[in-house]
Design a protein. Structure first.
Length: 519
């Protein structure tokens, strides 16, 4: 760890003095600092474990202690025991295990006991670390398998750039699986380079870093690069309607797509259960079919099983919905954009998508703030691999915010973001140029600052607070998030984080704080 035991003890003592904690509670230092990956800008993550069955709030409380941002979470023994037993007794498809559940278990199993070590050991007995590592090996392998299959599909459809992005994602997931097999189970991919540093004695690590290792080399089977195994399948709840000379597709009884003449001809050529591509297809058919797949209008199967690519701890999986035909951003962190002071404008989004886009817009801005903070810390410690991933995360957060502001909801997955700026109603050439220049992960604070400024100017987010620098900035972030979360909850929308429910329940305040600390 980069902190001494004395520093940890001091931070723990000052943090505990600010909350009401049971006298017999255990305290665990968890996360990147406990793993030995942290740097001078990393949060100090404490977990308070109360020896009780009743649930504790899941949302962290944030303090600033000795110049460090400190998060303290609370869990009861009952909560943690259930989490560990859920993983220990899982059945069925491995990827159905929730990533947040796995993340909590991993952090608890690998944390550093500050006090109450006996209680922590007793709870850890519910799941042996070796068994947890075996679960993570399979979990990451299945995600890698789906990502590589998706890349093979995109290649077959003549989409080389997004295919390359998904192949990189699949190889990264395969490397996470291989690392888990060797005892490195930390979930967040941003520390993968340092995880591999600890396994550098294996020659496969250098092959992976040189781009020479395949998913199979890393132990992931079932994802060879033969497109003949791909078939096109009919999805449920997609129907075709011919009206005059136009073809309309109705998806999930909510969204209607109208096809142009060329797209309609490509749609009519599709035969369910047949190979994805055919030598007889006219030029350009692959682009249209890729769009059909992207919008969830057709399914692609690999030997009869659906391809379900997903990036854990990133944008959720699912079909993409294109932006409506607008010439300006539809919403900002302050709400929808009216055309003039006296207007009463109908927002061209269903209410549930409007709320979902707004929450994702706010979360994208928070993601940018977090990634920039990680980048500064990584540069301070010359952690170049971490800095590269932080840069990519900042770009992805900004692109998410940009697309959400124009009504794109649900979002494309992160590897597709930079290739899907064509979903915007108005081109953003400078933002696209900056995003591409930063997409290789090269740390450039000047270019990244220009990128963030340009995105926020284009989305009405230039007033977004600096979330990770001060208590006031964090409280302002909570205030913005709370307003949108209330609307999202009213419309029964999924919240971006389960901790957000605690923010709603508390009326916008952090748990455990005094009146003075809450503001």
């Amino acid at each position: 760890m980069i902190l001494s035991e004395a520093q940890i003890a001091s931070l723990a003592e000052q943090t505990l003095a600010r909350i009401s904690a049971p006298a017999d509670a255990a305290l665990l230092l968890e996360g990147s600092i406990a793993e030995g990956f942290g740097n001078s800008r990393s949060d100090i993550d404490f977990l308070l474990v109360a020896d009780q069955e009743a649930d504790m709030p899941t949302m962290p409380t944030i303090f600033f202690v000795d110049g460090r941002r400190v998060e303290i979470r609370t869990r009861s023994v009952g909560q943690i025991t259930r989490h560990l037993l859920d993983v220990a007794g899982h059945r069925g498809r491995i990827t159905r295990l929730d990533e947040h559940l796995l993340n909590r278990c991993q952090r608890f199993l690998r944390g550093y006991p500050v006090r109450g070590a006996d209680l922590i050991r007793k709870v850890r007995d519910n799941l042996a670390y070796e068994d947890f590592a075996a679960v993570m090996t399979k979990w990451w392998a299945e995600h890698a398998r789906q990502s590589v299959r998706h890349a093979v599909m995109l290649t077959a459809l003549g989409q080389p750039e997004p295919a390359a992005g998904w192949m990189r994602a699949g190889l990264q997931q395969a490397a996470k699986s291989w690392a888990a097999r060797h005892g490195e189970t930390y979930l967040e991919p941003k520390w993968l380079s340092l995880q591999l540093d600890r396994l550098a004695a294996d020659p496969l690590v250098e092959r992976y870093r040189r781009g020479e290792a395949t998913a199979a080399d890393l132990g992931v089977t079932g994802c060879d690069e033969r497109p003949g195994q791909l078939t096109v399948e009919r999805p449920r709840e997609v129907t075709t309607w011919q009206i005059g000379d136009r073809v309309h597709l109705v998806r999930d009884r909510q969204d209607v797509f109208v096809l142009g003449a060329e797209a309609a001809r490509a749609w009519r050529r599709i035969v369910w259960g047949r190979p994805l591509v055919s030598p007889a297809d006219p030029p350009g058919t692959g682009d249209l079919v890729a769009a059909f797949v992207r919008f969830g209008l057709i399914r692609v199967a690999w030997r009869g099983s659906d391809i379900t690519p997903r990036l854990p701890l990133a944008a959720p999986a699912g079909s993409v919905t294109p932006a409506p035909a607008m010439t300006q951003p539809i919403l900002s962190i302050s709400g929808a954009n009216p055309t003039h002071p006296r207007s009463i404008d109908l927002v061209p989004l269903p209410a549930h998508r409007f709320a979902a886009a707004a929450m994702a817009l706010v979360w994208g801005n928070v993601m940018v703030e977090n990634a920039v903070e990680d980048l500064r810390g990584a540069l301070d410690r010359e952690q170049w691999g971490v800095a590269a991933l932080a840069t990519a995360r900042a770009v992805n957060g900004g692109l998410r915010a940009l697309l959400c502001a124009h009504g794109v909801s649900p979002l494309p997955s992160d590897p597709d973001l930079i290739h899907r700026l064509d979903l915007l109603p108005t081109p953003q050439p400078r933002i696209a140029e900056l995003a591409r220049s930063l997409s290789d992960g090269t740390p450039d604070l000047t270019a990244l600052a220009e990128f963030v400024t340009a995105v926020r100017a284009a989305t009405g987010g230039d007033a977004f607070p600096s979330s990770f620098d001060s208590a006031d900035g964090w409280q302002h972030t909570l205030d913005i998030g709370y307003d949108w979360l209330r609307l999202g909850a009213y419309l029964d929308q999924q919240l971006p984080l389960d901790e957000a429910q605690d923010l709603l329940s508390s009326g916008g305040a952090q748990p455990h704080t005094t009146t003075k600390e809450a503001r």
